[in-house]
Design a protein around this ligand. Sequence first.
Ligand code: GZL
Length: 325
Amino acid sequence: MKRIICVAASMLLCMMLASCSRQPETENNPGSVVVGFSQLGAESSWRIANTASMEDAAKDAGFGLMMENANQKQEKQIDAIRSFIAYQVDVIVFSPIVENGWDNVLHEAKKAGIPVILMDRMIETEEKDLYTAYVGADFYAEGRRAGEFLLQKADAMKAEHLNIAEISGTIDSTPMRERQRGFMDVIGGDPRFTVIDSISGDFLRSKGEECARQLLDQYGVGGIDVIYSHNDSMTLGVLDVLEKQDIKPGKDIVLITVDGEKEAVDALKAGKVNCVVQCTPNLGKAVMELVKKLKSGEHVAGTYHPEEGMFTEFDDLSNPAVEGF
Ligand code: GZL
């Protein structure tokens, strides 16, 4: 009996959402534009800054923003997209937690005639018309930058051989796959380097701590020369562990990290981190610009990468431009 009531209630909710009357779209009423946004979680400072960027940009554009936070669950993102379709939002924006498993729900959005913008991460699909555009980093280039720093660092150390441990982000996410691929394409053929292990910290500070403890237990501080961590949150967890074990981060172990949040850049300035590859969370403005173009009937397609760089120990760290988000 309870199940029947639940099913009826959810059907009623969908019918209510679907029957919501939408204000007529007028030039003077940008508020009539509603963006459905499925955010993947709140796992890191980067993600929290990214959410704020989307909220601020929607407000500045005068758009309504229906945001659902999936708390790291793909199925919750899929449910959110279905509710946006039921509500008949103007545009769907989402940051896919992993690259696979989106075709069915994006077919439903396509059938409903709702354009989809991928923000921050990509999807893997044979059908490129399931989304209109991608706004986000070139993660492969970020990985290459991390590798290029390590080549420079190894030269400066006159190192004959370095053991590298990788702490990766969420398995099968675009940043994890591409930051690894870019890094390996730069350092993989160099006989000075051996990647002794790659374990996932899921972009979480707490799991970054667990990974650091696991790697030190397995290889010892003498067995690890470099840690390449796919985001600052995990790196900050690594720092917590190293310092508790009287290991000097940035000296006993070279630390390379990605994102560029303030705490990581401060650690670079303090000599505890050796390289911070930038990955801007501020994508909201670019996304809303595309929404405006879509709503005015302009053609929108392709990839929109923000400008990004990196800060390293070899830079003038007193330069005010060296700052985190
Ligand atoms: C990168 C983004 C990653 C960040 C992490 O664009 O997807 O997810 O590097 C975040 O901090 O968790």
